[in-house]
Design a protein around this ligand. Structure first.
Ligand code: PDD
Length: 285
């Protein structure tokens, strides 16, 4: 089955779905994206992802290419045409195609929009969750507006490759004060020795993860102690548990940081429970 992508009004086989060499996403990374989990063929936490997309577009003054209702249809059609039951749907919007010039193109330039969907290896992901993942720390060298979900991801690419080179699955990004901001493509969490869940507060230095926000709702409902504050690499080394959150993986336990075992080196109970319960709390549309 050839895979299908949505591109600027058409559903095309992937091999025919091409963007222009003058697309501003290609030339300047002048665009934003979203990744939404698909489970049982349905979109998870779509409302929150679409709200974040709107915010990213507004912050960069990129026009919305279509109404929210039309966008919802495109996402579903992309999932359906690719026969994805469990996986992700990817959406990218750029400022469009225009003669190369740094400043914004003339008013009326149409934004480009692309959507793709793909299946997850569910068995592999469950095995990863059962085993736990290794993370390594690297300096956070990103720009100062990473709250915008822009496609400018080169520092994240380099961080992820640094993790790969050291046989780890994720990189944790460390700011100038020695504190973990977030993962290369996930939010970072620890559980302290006294059982408190800790994750970096929202601001311009992390992405406001949708999975993070759902997990916080769960913690509030269950009355679990949590703190939104920056934690240091040393605190992470000493933590009882650690985990990451992202739409494509929900909650994944971290069992080692820079080669040092977290807690007893096995996936933690808190991360396990949050993973198990996640979809009872997520919005399924
Ligand atoms: N990554 N932080 C960063 C830097 C991310 O790229 C992501 C998501 C997250 C988690 O956000 P959410 O819970 O909304 O997925 C945090 C996506 C999955 C990606 O780029 O593939």
């Amino acid at each position: 089955m050839s895979r299908i992508a949505y591109i600027n009004g058409r559903y095309l086989p992937r091999s025919a779905a091409k963007v222009s060499v003058e697309d501003r996403g290609f030339q300047f990374a002048d665009g934003v994206y979203e990744v939404c989990e698909v489970r049982g063929g349905r979109l998870i936490d779509e409302r929150r992802h679409m709200a974040r997309l709107d915010r990213s577009l507004n912050e960069l003054r990129i026009a919305r290419p279509m109404s929210p209702a039309a966008l919802a249809i495109v996402l579903r059609e992309t999932v359906r045409l690719n026969r994805v039951r469990d996986g992700i749907v990817y959406l990218q919007i750029t400022r469009g195609e225009a003669r190369r010039d740094f400043a914004f193109p003339p008013g009326g330039t149409t934004p480009s929009m692309v959507a793709m969907a793909r299946s997850t290896d569910v068995v592999g992901l469950e095995q990863l969750a059962a085993d736990g993942i290794a993370v390594v720390t690297v300096p956070d060298i990103r720009w100062s507006r990473v709250d915008i979900k822009s496609v400018a991801l080169l520092p994240n690419v380099l961080a992820k490759q640094a993790a790969r080179d050291r046989d780890a699955r994720e990189a944790w990004l460390v700011d100038a004060h020695g504190r973990v901001t977030e993962g290369a493509s996930s939010n970072a969490w620890i559980v302290s020795r006294d059982g408190k869940l800790i994750t970096h507060p929202l601001g311009r230095d992390i992405l406001a993860g949708i999975t993070r926000s759902v997990v916080i709702d769960v913690l509030k409902v269950q009355g679990l102690a949590f703190e939104e504050r920056a934690f240091s690499v040393e605190e992470a080394y000493a933590a009882r548990e650690a985990f990451v959150t992202s739409a494509s993986q929900t909650v994944l336990p971290v069992v080692s940081i820079d080669g040092r075992p977290v807690g007893n080196g096995a996936p933690g109970l808190v991360a396990g429970a949050l993973r198990r319960d996640y979809h009872r709390h997520a919005e399924i549309a």
